[in-house]
Design a protein around this ligand. Structure first.
Ligand code: PLP
Length: 413
């Protein structure tokens, strides 16, 4: 083939999937081969690993999954998902903090599918979507694959809180040029920083959306990515912000991106949902209609087994309590690993991005690639992002947490 021969359409020209996370993990795996597992710290994996660095699968989840009849494993699910699963996803998302609104769910392949459908269904081709300047890379990929642009605002204000003002400025700028605005907000336990908006910060954010919505010609879509909800803290407290989605103006649509990947440790089962919260019956019906078609037009339907698994767990109080208890042990474990890291960071004067909870801690630096290069020499592997270095504290065995912060502080010198 000629060297510059290309068969792809203009929108796909020159695109290459360079996934920094998988790339960094590859380097770690090579180092493990060379130096042995005990001499390498791999902080690139966004999944819970035990102290022997094996993937954690909650035992009750495994038991219920393995007990499903063959037909539940093999059959199609309806395009929008099983009705029982809709109920389960809604229940698991809100628990006792359900807002007063019309609420509808559509099954999606993980939280990723919910993000994709939201971008596709609620923005025009060429529109700008907004998110925070620290963000999960696939947000940009999904915007660009769907012929949209991604713009960002500074996540934090001077007092290390949520920068509502930055969002306001950027939102007004974007809305001066387009009719709809989709904002992607990953909270609580944000990837890659571990930050969570407080209820007061949520109140200010909702207030801003209400102010923007006074222009009735505008459509405001707030996508709340709760992929790490189950690791953010006490289960009722971390969901309490959701009550603030009651009684919103009709031109504000909240979509919650539910994911069972982390909460149920079934990353590869591709089980998620998009959940609409709206005060308009028509918007709720339109949500179900348009997004069912969006599913049909992309991946068709989602894995039935994951949906059946979650609905079986959710409708059985005992099973549900068991899964919650098993997950709590691991949430505690991550909390302890993070606390040990943060204590050492503070002792060696290493500054992190404000961390509250969850799988990741980030270190701000002007030259992430150089810092990661130096860390790799010390056999510590992490992901270089645009604004810093991401550590997956969820995957570091207790015995390897000690010394990490000191190595990073040293690499930053
Ligand atoms: N959102 C964020 C911020 C994530 O980090 C992830 C997974 O890594 C997801 C959503 C969705 O994951 P999945 O599609 O596996 O449910």
């Amino acid at each position: 083939m000629e060297q510059n021969m290309s068969m792809v359409a203009s929108h796909s020209t020159g695109k290459i999937a360079t996934d920094k996370i998988f790339g960094a993990n590859q380097l770690a795996l090579e180092a493990i081969q060379k130096f042995g597992r005990e001499n390498v710290t791999n902080a690139t994996i966004g999944a819970i690993l035990d102290d022997n660095e094996a993937l954690v699968v909650l035992p009750t989840v495994e038991k219920v999954l393995r007990s499903l009849p063959a037909a539940e494993l093999a059959a199609y699910a309806p395009i929008a998902g099983l009705a029982d699963y809709h109920e389960a996803a809604i229940e698991l998302t809100f628990l006792d903090n359900k807002p007063e609104a019309y609420i509808k769910a559509i099954a999606t392949p993980g939280g990723s599918g919910a993000i994709r459908n939201t971008i596709w269904t609620y923005s025009e081709v060429g529109d700008t979507i907004l998110t925070t300047d620290w963000f999960w890379g696939p947000y940009r990929t999904m915007c660009e694959e769907n012929l949209r642009k991604l713009a960002t605002f500074d996540f934090f204000n001077a007092s290390e809180g949520f920068n509502v003002q930055g969002l306001e400025i950027k939102a007004k700028e974007v809305l001066s040029k387009q009719q709809s605005l989709v904002v992607l907000l990953n909270t609580p336990a944000h990837n890659p920083t571990g930050f969570s908006l407080s209820n007061t910060e949520w109140a200010k954010t909702i207030e801003l959306f209400k102010e923007l919505a006074t222009d009735k010609s505008k459509k405001l879509i707030l996508f709340v990515d709760v992929a790490y909800l189950d690791y953010a803290g006490e289960k009722h407290a971390v969901r309490s912000f959701m009550r603030q989605f009651s009684g919103l103006p009709e031109n504000i649509l909240v979509i919650i991106g539910f994911s069972a990947s982390k909460g149920f440790t079934i990353y590869g089962q591709r089980t998620g949902a998009m959940i609409a919260v709206t005060s308009s019956k028509a918007v709720a019906e339109e949500f179900s209609n348009t997004n069912t078609l969006a599913c049909r037009g992309t991946w068709s339907n989602c894995t039935r087994a994951g949906q059946r698994l979650l609905s079986n767990i959710c409708r059985d109080q005992e099973l549900h309590a068991q899964v919650d208890a098993e997950r709590e042990l691991w949430r505690g474990k991550i909390e302890a690993r993070a606390a040990a890291f943060m204590a050492e960071a503070s002792a060696v004067g290493l500054k992190t991005v404000p961390y509250k909870a969850g799988f990741f801690i980030s270190i701000p630096t002007a030259d992430p690639d150089a810092v990661v290069g130096k860390l790799n020499e010390k056999r510590l592997f992490a992901v270089a992002l645009a604004k810093g270095v991401r550590l997956a504290i969820c995957s570091i065995p207790d015995q390897k947490v000690a010394g990490m912060a000191a190595k990073i502080a040293d690499a930053l010198k």
